[in-house]
Design a protein around this ligand. Structure first.
Ligand code: ZN
Length: 158
């Protein structure tokens, strides 16, 4: 019986504890990256495009997004500091809907010649070096701004 209880508690930890948590988080992250990069072949065989620090953050969803910071206790909430109540700030929000980046998003849309939507952003980047560069600049702007806010908030907390 004791053995069974042990088994069960190990099972519980694996499915509900930290182990599962990490796996679940990995899945969420993979799902996000997969939504952005539906065709890995096209991504891998591209002839242009360096993936820098900022693009990595945007594509992985790991960066100064408040939902990400909050998960690790580095922000007091997951809410977008611009949009406020009940709007979670993650990579998707920052790229596609946050009002804070409306002007930058519009510039990017002008450069890409179309709306910035989840399904077409990366395919669009893959079309030309110019598209890639425009998106990379957009990513850098967003991530620098979010980083600055994160830094400010941290200084205030201390
Ligand atoms: Zn927002």
């Amino acid at each position: 019986m004791e053995f069974l209880a042990d088994e069960r508690s190990t099972y519980y930890q694996e499915t509900h504890g930290r182990g599962m948590d990490a796996a679940a988080k990995r899945q969420v992250r993979m799902a996000w990256t997969h939504q952005l990069i539906p065709s890995i072949d096209a991504w891998v065989s591209r002839k242009h495009g360096q993936v820098n620090f900022y693009l990595t953050q945007l594509l992985s969803g790991h960066g100064c997004f408040r939902s990400y910071l909050h998960r690790f206790g580095h922000a007091d909430s997951a809410e977008c500091s611009w949009c406020g109540h009940y709007v979670e700030e993650d990579a998707e929000h920052a790229i596609f809907s946050c009002a804070w980046f409306a002007a930058q998003r519009q510039r990017l849309e002008e450069a890409l010649g179309g709306a910035v939507v989840k399904q077409s952003l990366v395919p669009c980047m893959l079309l030309s070096p110019e598209n890639w560069e425009a998106t990379s600049c957009f990513a850098a702007t967003i991530m620098r701004e979010l980083r600055a806010v994160e830094h400010q908030t941290r200084v205030q907390l201390v």
